[in-house]
Write a protein that binds this ligand. Structure first.
Ligand SMILES: [Zn+2]
Length: 315
Protein backbone atom coordinates (compact mmCIF):
# COMPACT_ATOMS: atom_id res chain seq x y z
CA UNK A 1 0.00 0.00 0.00
CA UNK A 2 1.23 3.46 -0.92
CA UNK A 3 0.33 5.46 2.16
CA UNK A 4 1.10 9.15 2.66
CA UNK A 5 0.24 10.93 5.86
CA UNK A 6 -0.66 14.63 5.92
CA UNK A 7 -0.76 16.75 9.02
CA UNK A 8 0.27 15.99 12.55
CA UNK A 9 -0.98 12.47 12.49
CA UNK A 10 0.67 9.53 14.11
CA UNK A 11 -0.88 6.39 12.76
CA UNK A 12 -1.01 3.25 14.88
CA UNK A 13 0.06 0.04 13.12
CA UNK A 14 -3.36 -1.57 13.53
CA UNK A 15 -4.94 1.22 11.44
CA UNK A 16 -2.32 0.89 8.70
CA UNK A 17 -2.77 -2.89 8.65
CA UNK A 18 -6.56 -2.61 8.50
CA UNK A 19 -6.38 -0.17 5.58
CA UNK A 20 -3.98 -2.46 3.78
CA UNK A 21 -6.20 -5.52 4.27
CA UNK A 22 -9.24 -3.65 2.93
CA UNK A 23 -7.50 -2.57 -0.25
CA UNK A 24 -5.82 -5.91 -0.77
CA UNK A 25 -9.04 -7.92 -0.53
CA UNK A 26 -10.59 -6.02 -3.45
CA UNK A 27 -7.39 -6.01 -5.47
CA UNK A 28 -6.83 -2.29 -4.97
CA UNK A 29 -3.43 -2.34 -3.27
CA UNK A 30 -1.91 -0.22 -6.07
CA UNK A 31 -4.19 2.76 -5.30
CA UNK A 32 -2.32 5.44 -3.34
CA UNK A 33 -3.89 6.44 -0.02
CA UNK A 34 -3.52 9.75 1.77
CA UNK A 35 -4.47 9.82 5.43
CA UNK A 36 -5.15 13.45 6.24
CA UNK A 37 -6.09 15.36 9.37
CA UNK A 38 -7.30 18.21 7.15
CA UNK A 39 -9.52 16.11 4.92
CA UNK A 40 -11.41 18.86 3.12
CA UNK A 41 -8.34 20.79 2.01
CA UNK A 42 -6.57 17.60 0.87
CA UNK A 43 -9.63 16.65 -1.19
CA UNK A 44 -9.87 20.16 -2.64
CA UNK A 45 -6.19 20.22 -3.52
CA UNK A 46 -6.36 16.92 -5.40
CA UNK A 47 -9.68 17.29 -7.12
CA UNK A 48 -10.63 19.84 -9.73
CA UNK A 49 -14.36 19.27 -9.35
CA UNK A 50 -14.85 19.65 -5.60
CA UNK A 51 -13.94 23.26 -4.84
CA UNK A 52 -16.95 23.65 -2.59
CA UNK A 53 -16.52 20.25 -0.99
CA UNK A 54 -17.77 19.83 2.57
CA UNK A 55 -17.18 16.82 4.75
CA UNK A 56 -20.44 16.96 6.70
CA UNK A 57 -23.23 14.76 5.41
CA UNK A 58 -26.49 14.88 7.29
CA UNK A 59 -25.83 12.83 10.38
CA UNK A 60 -22.09 12.34 10.15
CA UNK A 61 -18.69 13.12 8.72
CA UNK A 62 -17.41 11.69 5.45
CA UNK A 63 -14.74 9.12 6.29
CA UNK A 64 -13.04 8.80 2.91
CA UNK A 65 -13.27 9.86 -0.70
CA UNK A 66 -11.81 8.37 -3.85
CA UNK A 67 -10.57 11.14 -6.13
CA UNK A 68 -10.95 9.90 -9.67
CA UNK A 69 -10.13 13.17 -11.42
CA UNK A 70 -6.61 13.10 -10.01
CA UNK A 71 -3.82 11.23 -11.74
CA UNK A 72 -3.34 8.64 -10.31
CA UNK A 73 -6.72 7.98 -8.72
CA UNK A 74 -6.17 8.49 -5.00
CA UNK A 75 -8.10 7.60 -1.87
CA UNK A 76 -8.18 10.31 0.79
CA UNK A 77 -9.05 9.11 4.29
CA UNK A 78 -10.36 11.49 6.93
CA UNK A 79 -8.24 10.81 10.02
CA UNK A 80 -10.64 12.71 12.29
CA UNK A 81 -13.48 10.47 11.17
CA UNK A 82 -11.69 7.13 11.53
CA UNK A 83 -9.13 7.41 14.33
CA UNK A 84 -11.49 6.00 16.96
CA UNK A 85 -13.09 3.37 14.74
CA UNK A 86 -12.69 -0.37 15.02
CA UNK A 87 -10.10 -1.99 12.75
CA UNK A 88 -12.78 -3.97 10.90
CA UNK A 89 -14.70 -0.76 10.08
CA UNK A 90 -11.54 0.81 8.68
CA UNK A 91 -10.82 -2.31 6.64
CA UNK A 92 -14.36 -2.20 5.25
CA UNK A 93 -14.05 1.49 4.45
CA UNK A 94 -10.88 0.93 2.41
CA UNK A 95 -12.37 -2.10 0.67
CA UNK A 96 -15.29 0.13 -0.36
CA UNK A 97 -13.06 2.95 -1.61
CA UNK A 98 -10.77 0.44 -3.32
CA UNK A 99 -13.81 -0.70 -5.33
CA UNK A 100 -14.47 2.87 -6.49
CA UNK A 101 -10.89 3.02 -7.68
CA UNK A 102 -11.22 -0.35 -9.41
CA UNK A 103 -14.43 0.65 -11.20
CA UNK A 104 -12.79 3.88 -12.29
CA UNK A 105 -9.73 1.98 -13.51
CA UNK A 106 -12.00 -0.12 -15.73
CA UNK A 107 -13.49 3.05 -17.20
CA UNK A 108 -16.86 2.19 -15.70
CA UNK A 109 -17.39 5.12 -13.36
CA UNK A 110 -19.85 7.71 -14.52
CA UNK A 111 -18.91 11.34 -14.32
CA UNK A 112 -21.79 13.77 -13.68
CA UNK A 113 -20.19 15.93 -16.37
CA UNK A 114 -21.43 13.48 -19.01
CA UNK A 115 -24.97 14.28 -17.97
CA UNK A 116 -24.55 18.00 -17.59
CA UNK A 117 -23.04 18.12 -21.06
CA UNK A 118 -25.94 16.20 -22.52
CA UNK A 119 -29.02 17.06 -20.54
CA UNK A 120 -30.80 20.00 -19.06
CA UNK A 121 -30.49 20.48 -15.36
CA UNK A 122 -33.51 18.62 -13.97
CA UNK A 123 -32.75 15.34 -15.68
CA UNK A 124 -29.01 15.78 -15.15
CA UNK A 125 -29.59 15.93 -11.40
CA UNK A 126 -31.70 12.79 -11.51
CA UNK A 127 -29.17 10.95 -13.70
CA UNK A 128 -26.24 11.95 -11.50
CA UNK A 129 -28.07 10.80 -8.41
CA UNK A 130 -29.11 7.51 -10.04
CA UNK A 131 -25.61 6.74 -11.32
CA UNK A 132 -23.95 7.45 -7.96
CA UNK A 133 -26.38 5.15 -6.13
CA UNK A 134 -25.90 2.46 -8.77
CA UNK A 135 -22.13 2.44 -8.29
CA UNK A 136 -22.59 2.24 -4.51
CA UNK A 137 -24.90 -0.72 -5.03
CA UNK A 138 -22.36 -2.50 -7.22
CA UNK A 139 -19.69 -2.02 -4.57
CA UNK A 140 -21.83 -3.00 -1.61
CA UNK A 141 -23.02 -6.17 -3.35
CA UNK A 142 -19.38 -7.11 -3.84
CA UNK A 143 -18.55 -6.38 -0.19
CA UNK A 144 -21.52 -8.48 0.91
CA UNK A 145 -20.23 -11.36 -1.22
CA UNK A 146 -16.84 -10.96 0.44
CA UNK A 147 -18.57 -11.39 3.80
CA UNK A 148 -18.61 -7.81 5.09
CA UNK A 149 -21.62 -6.80 7.19
CA UNK A 150 -24.27 -4.33 6.02
CA UNK A 151 -22.95 -0.76 5.90
CA UNK A 152 -23.71 1.36 8.92
CA UNK A 153 -25.74 3.87 6.91
CA UNK A 154 -28.04 1.07 5.71
CA UNK A 155 -28.87 -0.23 9.20
CA UNK A 156 -32.57 -0.09 10.09
CA UNK A 157 -32.27 2.63 12.76
CA UNK A 158 -30.09 4.75 10.48
CA UNK A 159 -32.56 4.54 7.61
CA UNK A 160 -35.36 5.34 10.03
CA UNK A 161 -33.50 8.56 10.94
CA UNK A 162 -32.84 9.32 7.29
CA UNK A 163 -36.54 9.01 6.44
CA UNK A 164 -37.40 11.60 9.07
CA UNK A 165 -34.60 13.81 7.79
CA UNK A 166 -35.82 13.43 4.20
CA UNK A 167 -39.42 14.31 4.99
CA UNK A 168 -38.23 17.22 7.13
CA UNK A 169 -36.01 18.59 4.37
CA UNK A 170 -38.71 18.23 1.74
CA UNK A 171 -41.25 20.03 3.93
CA UNK A 172 -38.72 22.74 4.67
CA UNK A 173 -37.99 23.16 0.96
CA UNK A 174 -41.70 23.71 0.37
CA UNK A 175 -41.94 26.31 3.13
CA UNK A 176 -38.69 28.13 2.43
CA UNK A 177 -39.25 31.52 0.71
CA UNK A 178 -36.05 30.91 -1.30
CA UNK A 179 -37.94 28.11 -3.09
CA UNK A 180 -39.74 30.79 -5.12
CA UNK A 181 -36.73 30.17 -7.36
CA UNK A 182 -37.62 26.85 -9.00
CA UNK A 183 -34.04 25.70 -9.46
CA UNK A 184 -33.35 26.28 -5.75
CA UNK A 185 -36.52 24.38 -4.87
CA UNK A 186 -35.71 21.48 -7.22
CA UNK A 187 -32.14 21.23 -5.95
CA UNK A 188 -33.21 21.14 -2.30
CA UNK A 189 -35.75 18.38 -2.93
CA UNK A 190 -33.52 16.31 -5.22
CA UNK A 191 -30.53 16.59 -2.88
CA UNK A 192 -32.69 15.42 0.02
CA UNK A 193 -33.94 12.51 -2.09
CA UNK A 194 -30.42 11.76 -3.31
CA UNK A 195 -29.11 11.20 0.18
CA UNK A 196 -31.61 8.41 0.91
CA UNK A 197 -31.26 7.14 -2.65
CA UNK A 198 -27.54 6.48 -2.05
CA UNK A 199 -28.41 4.67 1.16
CA UNK A 200 -30.85 2.51 -0.81
CA UNK A 201 -27.95 1.64 -3.13
CA UNK A 202 -25.99 0.52 -0.05
CA UNK A 203 -29.00 -1.44 1.21
CA UNK A 204 -29.72 -3.16 -2.10
CA UNK A 205 -26.15 -4.55 -2.25
CA UNK A 206 -26.42 -7.20 0.49
CA UNK A 207 -30.10 -7.85 -0.28
CA UNK A 208 -29.42 -8.71 -3.91
CA UNK A 209 -26.29 -10.64 -2.86
CA UNK A 210 -28.66 -12.67 -0.70
CA UNK A 211 -26.80 -12.04 2.56
CA UNK A 212 -29.28 -9.67 4.19
CA UNK A 213 -32.99 -9.68 4.86
CA UNK A 214 -34.61 -6.30 5.12
CA UNK A 215 -37.91 -5.83 6.90
CA UNK A 216 -39.44 -2.31 6.85
CA UNK A 217 -41.83 -3.23 9.68
CA UNK A 218 -38.76 -2.85 11.93
CA UNK A 219 -38.91 0.90 11.42
CA UNK A 220 -40.68 3.23 13.82
CA UNK A 221 -44.36 3.79 13.05
CA UNK A 222 -43.43 7.07 11.32
CA UNK A 223 -40.58 5.43 9.38
CA UNK A 224 -42.73 2.50 8.28
CA UNK A 225 -45.68 4.65 7.17
CA UNK A 226 -43.43 6.95 5.16
CA UNK A 227 -41.41 4.10 3.73
CA UNK A 228 -44.63 2.53 2.44
CA UNK A 229 -46.07 5.73 1.00
CA UNK A 230 -42.91 7.42 -0.26
CA UNK A 231 -40.13 4.87 -0.81
CA UNK A 232 -41.53 1.42 -1.53
CA UNK A 233 -42.62 1.87 -5.19
CA UNK A 234 -39.34 3.44 -6.29
CA UNK A 235 -37.45 0.85 -4.23
CA UNK A 236 -39.11 -2.02 -6.11
CA UNK A 237 -38.26 -0.39 -9.47
CA UNK A 238 -34.70 0.27 -8.35
CA UNK A 239 -34.12 -3.37 -7.48
CA UNK A 240 -35.31 -4.47 -10.92
CA UNK A 241 -32.63 -2.21 -12.41
CA UNK A 242 -29.91 -3.26 -9.99
CA UNK A 243 -30.46 -6.97 -10.51
CA UNK A 244 -29.29 -6.52 -14.10
CA UNK A 245 -25.99 -4.89 -13.15
CA UNK A 246 -22.91 -7.08 -13.74
CA UNK A 247 -20.58 -7.99 -10.89
CA UNK A 248 -17.59 -5.77 -10.24
CA UNK A 249 -15.24 -8.36 -11.72
CA UNK A 250 -17.19 -8.47 -14.99
CA UNK A 251 -17.02 -5.89 -17.75
CA UNK A 252 -19.79 -3.31 -17.84
CA UNK A 253 -20.39 -1.94 -21.34
CA UNK A 254 -21.19 1.80 -21.59
CA UNK A 255 -24.53 1.16 -23.39
CA UNK A 256 -25.52 -1.16 -20.59
CA UNK A 257 -24.51 1.37 -17.94
CA UNK A 258 -26.69 4.03 -19.54
CA UNK A 259 -29.50 1.58 -19.95
CA UNK A 260 -29.40 0.75 -16.23
CA UNK A 261 -29.00 4.40 -15.23
CA UNK A 262 -32.14 5.09 -17.28
CA UNK A 263 -34.04 2.42 -15.34
CA UNK A 264 -32.71 3.81 -12.07
CA UNK A 265 -33.75 7.32 -13.14
CA UNK A 266 -37.31 6.04 -13.64
CA UNK A 267 -37.13 4.65 -10.12
CA UNK A 268 -35.95 8.06 -8.87
CA UNK A 269 -38.78 9.80 -10.75
CA UNK A 270 -41.23 7.50 -8.98
CA UNK A 271 -39.53 8.23 -5.66
CA UNK A 272 -39.84 11.94 -6.38
CA UNK A 273 -43.55 11.59 -7.28
CA UNK A 274 -44.20 9.75 -4.04
CA UNK A 275 -42.49 12.62 -2.22
CA UNK A 276 -44.96 14.93 -3.97
CA UNK A 277 -42.98 16.29 -6.93
CA UNK A 278 -42.67 15.84 -10.66
CA UNK A 279 -39.96 16.64 -13.14
CA UNK A 280 -41.23 16.78 -16.69
CA UNK A 281 -39.29 16.97 -19.88
CA UNK A 282 -35.54 17.31 -19.62
CA UNK A 283 -34.64 15.49 -22.81
CA UNK A 284 -31.51 16.89 -24.46
CA UNK A 285 -32.21 20.45 -25.58
CA UNK A 286 -35.81 20.45 -24.33
CA UNK A 287 -37.27 22.52 -21.52
CA UNK A 288 -37.88 20.92 -18.21
CA UNK A 289 -40.18 21.75 -15.35
CA UNK A 290 -40.28 20.92 -11.69
CA UNK A 291 -43.42 21.19 -9.67
CA UNK A 292 -45.12 20.09 -6.51
CA UNK A 293 -48.04 17.76 -7.14
CA UNK A 294 -49.46 17.71 -3.61
CA UNK A 295 -51.58 20.42 -2.02
CA UNK A 296 -50.62 22.91 0.68
CA UNK A 297 -52.83 20.93 3.05
CA UNK A 298 -50.61 17.85 2.50
CA UNK A 299 -47.46 19.88 3.18
CA UNK A 300 -49.06 21.27 6.34
CA UNK A 301 -49.93 17.78 7.52
CA UNK A 302 -46.39 16.57 6.76
CA UNK A 303 -44.96 19.51 8.69
CA UNK A 304 -47.05 18.65 11.75
CA UNK A 305 -46.14 14.97 11.59
CA UNK A 306 -42.40 15.76 11.27
CA UNK A 307 -42.57 18.06 14.28
CA UNK A 308 -44.46 15.49 16.33
CA UNK A 309 -42.02 12.71 15.37
CA UNK A 310 -38.94 14.84 16.06
CA UNK A 311 -40.44 15.71 19.44
CA UNK A 312 -41.15 12.04 20.17
CA UNK A 313 -37.58 11.01 19.26
CA UNK A 314 -35.98 13.74 21.34
CA UNK A 315 -37.49 12.28 24.53
ZN1 LIG B 1 -18.92 4.81 -2.19
Amino acid sequence: MYLAVEGTVSVPDNIVNAMHRGLEIVGGAATPVILSDDFVSTVQRLSTSTQSYAAERGTGMVAAKTITDHEPTTIVVNFKAIHDRQAQDIERLLAHEGCHSLIDGKGESISPKQFYDNYDTGLAMLCTSASIALEEFRIERHLAELGYPVAERAAVDQIDDQILELVGEVVWASMNPASADVLTYAKAVIEAMHSLSVTLGYLAGPIIAGTHIFDPTQFSEFGHAHWMSMVQRGWDMRQVAYRQVPAIQSPYAPELIFNHVDLAVSANRQFLRDLGFAIDGGAPGADWSFHRIVSNAVVDAQFKSVLAEAERRSK
